[in-house]
Design a binder for this molecule. Sequence first.
Ligand SMILES: *Cc1c(COP(=O)(O)O)cnc(C)c1O
Length: 820
Amino acid sequence: MYNEQFEKERFKESVKDSVKKLFRKTIDEASSLQVFQAVCYAVKGVIIDNWVETHKRFEEEDPKFVYYLSMEFLMGRALGNNLVNLRAYTEVRDALEELGIDINVVEDMERDAALGNGGLGRLAACFLDSLATLGYPAYGCGIRYHFGMFKQKIENGFQVEVPDYWLEHGNPFELKMVERAKIVKFGGYVRIESDASGRTRFIQEGYQSVRAVPYDMPIIGYGNGFVNTLRIWDAEPVTVFQLDSFDKGDYQKAVEQENLARNICEVLYPNDNHYAGKELRLKQQYFFISASVQTAIEKYKSKHSDIKKFYEKATFQLNDTHPTVAVAELMRILMDEEALSWEEAWEVTTKTCAYTNHTIMSEALEKWPIELFSRLLPRIYQIVEEINRRFILEIQMRYPNQANKVKNMAIIYDGQVNMAHLAIAASYSVNGVAKLHTEILKRQTLRDFYEMMPSKFNNKTNGITQRRFLLHGNYILADWVSEHIGKEWITDLKQIHKMALYADDEKAQQEFMNIKYKNKVRLAKFIKEHNHIEIDPRSIFDVQVKRLHEYKRQLLNILHVMYLYNQIKENPDMEFYPRTFIFGAKAAAGYQRAKLTIKLINAVADVINNDPSIHNKIKVVFIEDYRVSIAEWIFAAADVSEQISTASKEASGTGNMKFMLNGALTLGTMDGANIEIVEEVGEEHAFIFGLSSDEVIRYELEGGYQPMDIFNQDQDIRKVLMQLINGFYAPENPELFREIYDSLLNTNSSERADTYFILKDFHSYAKAQQRVMAAYMDEKKWAKSAILNMSCAGKFSSDRTIEEYVNDIWKLDKVVIKSK
Ligand SMILES: *Cc1c(COP(=O)(O)O)cnc(C)c1O
């Protein structure tokens, strides 16, 4: 056993003791929520010991740290994951069982920590898991949003957003670190003066300030006693608000500061791949960045005197452009507080910061209006201006008389601060998140930057943690794998390739399909309870779960379902294998077309699920409130993984990897990491269709294509599209889906018709779907492909991704925790 504190009798006593001390109750009297809290409390005791030990080792070794700066950490639930990584899950499960408690019920009491939107936030969470498991010193730095990603309710088929007050019953594993609080300043003006030595000093005055208070969450490595820290910042007012002690001016200021503190950490912006440009968002960015950078500097100075070597002990990874103010904040501290010259500070900064690009879509690019940026962050803006001035000089030196180079690369241009350009100019590394994505960055989106500074650019294909998405989410399959090849895959996913030996083994094929069946039963039960829809676990589970976005093309999927339904109605005896189409997706609250697509999916589900004439050949299910905890079960139960983005638009995707690891076959375009998935498993074990990224990009340069030609020539597509506007799926309001119809065909609107090439790819998609059906009918062949998918998923561990970041970018050393 890994830790004697999880010895059954001892742990049972510990839980009983916790229930008593926390709630003055016996275990039989305690509610499920109280049992959950007591179990967390008992586990926390073990974690704290490891956490203390890890810090002691950091003190001794003084290693270099990566600060993973991210607006989002989509952590999901902690308890199950912590138990898995402590290698105590089965012991605790059995101990609880002896107390008459089902661990699933206990785990189900925990609210997801949904401090992120989707892939970008979940990537950050997987990276933390891998960093700790590999033993690399790291801090995740983020924001303690009081309201995370909203809860999604489906009412009458429409998405309704409900606030997610995830802290309602506390956050059991966090520690509030009051003594590490930092002050963050907003607004005011910069006074310039010369000090005694003739140095120019920049002093921010007339500002409002906020106290940033960190809450630390333990990030537990798998089976190595190593505990890193996710540090999320909360805001508190600087002054204790005392009515009687203020004169009129101070009173006003105190109220404003109190409001600022109240607002900053209130809510996560629910946009995925979309820039909204809200002032509060910029406040959030500077708030957590300033506090994090101050902390990193303070930590360095506690051991070192030469600030010019800061980069030897710290590196900042910017998760997209959201944390890019870190560049200017680091410059500010180095110059204004540490008295370095511009050149010295710039050298340190450009050896510290590294930037990950997550999208090429223009609507996601952060460009702050100068007026807003300089008003909120006056000193930071001065520094950005000077970075820009010097950068433009550099461009002009390199490219005399080429005005377009300045236009394409300037940090400040057309009244806006371009955060991507700032990040690239100030970083020693710029990476994309899959091979194709990095190639598109180099050849198209960031071409001029690549030409000017090619050595900065590199690729880091995303990954996922197999501890959460196989070991915890699909323990039946995980156990089966371990029985065959041992447990090394848990920390070395490449080992799972040994399972390929069993791909042709009929017994193994049967066992695999039985395990998949059990997981489908588990999901079917969940759907019965939550959606009141009966689905057949023997049908093909065809799953598309991800944020709702036009480029991800849930619309293509549901239009194809409409087409299939028409086919079956017209030709009841056609060959057809029963299929359950499962969707899960949140739409940004203000994204009308995405929300209408959710309504369309639910409207189609209503008609099809209630039509007895098709004999349950098709079921359509929209799973409410897609989030990490339910995602784990969904991947485990999936046969088909829908990864159907318009080629070139999905930078990587990580859902695709989670499905593959759980033995689902990819139905997808040659986009993002799908390309690398089929490179690993072989195209014959996937269903690839649609335009290539080059074709999409070529059409876009030509101004699009003519979807009306397809409408005119293809009567099946025409019938489906007419059903959007003839009330077939919305008899009470036949115009309801007109907007979707128009988006596909209307050429007199300002946007291009069918921007995402849905009709262009439809035929190819339908044919790929036919291949899916034919393949599933040969069960042995399907099982073989599924086993091979799982076996070839080794590359997609975030452990591999992190090793690449460490070797190529961060240059960290491992710290080993000696076991007691
Ligand atoms: C993995 C994951 C995502 C990202 O999915 P993609 O298909 O890559 O967009 C989004 N949300 C949750 C809850 C996830 O677990």
